[in-house]
Design a protein around this ligand. Structure first.
Ligand code: GDP
Ligand code: MG
Length: 371
């Protein structure tokens, strides 16, 4: 719906543009040659011209989507690390917790090396990797979700033990539940004298998040970002949850990734921080990312090193795009530079035409109101 223009429809059904416009005009609907048809209008026309209409996504998108989302043979699937987002009320310790996890688990590997900000980082626990998204708050999370680009497998809800449940705690929980993403509660600031974890449990049980040790289905882990207490427990709880979810991907296919943030960097041009959702991304791959495209020139990992290729759940900063993409945009690898360029152009043209069509329609409506 809403992605075929009047003249395109006419061509498809072997009618003149005038006939198409005439049918709608007779019913009081004013359209011009370049307008996009609404779902209702298409239905009317289909009935009038006795044609069957199958809906196709904007332009070639469906074709790519099919290629990428095709049922995967179970034999090709391999376990992948869980992707974690931390949410919670302001000042309850999200940043501190992310920093603590990163420094306590990544430091030995780095041995004084540089860390690169790539929008997410990976730690290792019991030989298994965990990816932490280190940027999105609620807005980024919901924005990505509304665009169908959910990157998160598990949400950690941080609640300060001394402060208890606050408005943004509730908000974070309802977003997480609405997204159908499992959550784990981290009761933070346990080092404080005023810490009252039972109060947190009681408050959360009132809003439908009952702790497992109280007979509910949610894991609660007491932690302190300051002392490091409970961090290992939290990581283990994440790995247990991930195991239950059987998170898998096929590393032997063209990559699909999601942009968590992006920027224009001096000396590099547009840089996108992405997390690989499926497949393997290689330097040299031709990619389309939302309305922009490019060829991967460099892949930078969270430890500051460069990689030639990265697999599922790996976060990285990629260089080589023509423009800065948006957060939540999906990156898709295609075979040739021609394909990605053409699709990017089509997407841009589609957007322009749609905006134009909307404004034309509005002015026609205004006009008829005046008459
Ligand atoms: P955010 O807004 O959720 O990212 O919270 P921050 O990580 O910025 O922390 C807010 C404040 O709480 C800062 O002053 C932190 O030092 C403090 N804080 C965070 N975690 C702990 C903790 O485990 N114990 C104590 N005592 N203070 C903490
Ligand atoms: Mg913060």
């Amino acid at each position: 719906p809403e992605n075929v223009r009047v003249y395109e429809f006419a061509e498809k059904v072997n009618r003149s543009v005038g006939e198409v416009i005439g049918v709608l005009f007779a019913l009081g609907m004013m359209v011009t040659k370049n307008d996009f048809l609404s779902k209702d209008e298409i239905e009317i026309l289909a009935e009038e011209f006795e044609v069957e209409v199958t809906t196709v996504n904007p332009l070639d998108e469906l074709e790519i989507a099919e290629d990428h989302d095709a049922e995967e043979d179970e034999a090709n699937l391999e376990e992948r690390p869980p992707v974690i987002t931390i949410m919670g009320h302001v000042d309850h310790g999200k940043t501190s917790l992310l920093d603590r996890i990163r420094t306590s688990k990544v430091a030995d590997k780095e041995a004084g090396g540089i860390t690169q900000h790539v929008g997410a980082y990976q730690v290792e626990k019991n030989g298994k990797k965990i990816t932490f998204v280190d940027t999105p708050g609620h807005e980024a999370f919901t924005e990505m979700r509304s665009r169908g680009a959910q990157a998160t497998d598990i949400v950690i809800i941080v609640v300060a033990a001394d402060d208890g449940v606050m408005p943004q705690t509730k908000e974070a929980i309802s977003h997480t539940k609405a997204a159908g993403v499992p959550l784990i509660v981290a009761i933070n600031k346990m080092d404080k004298e005023s810490a009252n974890p039972d109060n947190v449990k009681a408050q959360l049980s009132e809003i439908g998040v009952m702790a497992a040790d109280w007979g509910g289905e949610y894991e609660f882990v007491p932690v302190s970002a300051h002392t490091g207490m409970g961090i290992d427990d939290l990581l283990e709880t994440i790995l247990l949850q991930a195991e239950v979810m059987e998170l898998k991907a096929n590393p032997n296919r063209k990559a699909k990734a999601v942009v968590v943030e992006s920027s224009l960097e001096k000396g590099f041009g547009p840089v996108a921080n992405v997390i690989i959702k499926n497949g393997t991304l290689h330097v040299g791959d031709n990619v389309i990312v939302g309305k922009t495209y490019g060829r991967i020139k460099a892949i930078k990992l969270d430890d500051g090193s460069n990689a030639k290729e990265i697999g599922p759940s790996t976060p990285a900063a990629i260089v080589g795009l023509n423009e800065v993409p948006g957060a939540g945009d999906e990156l898709i690898v295609m075979d040739t530079d021609k394909e990605v360029r053409e699709l990017a152009e089509k997407r841009a043209e589609y957007d322009r035409a749609k905006a134009l069509s909307k404004s034309t329609k509005a002015s026609l409506d205004d006009l008829s109101a005046l008459i």
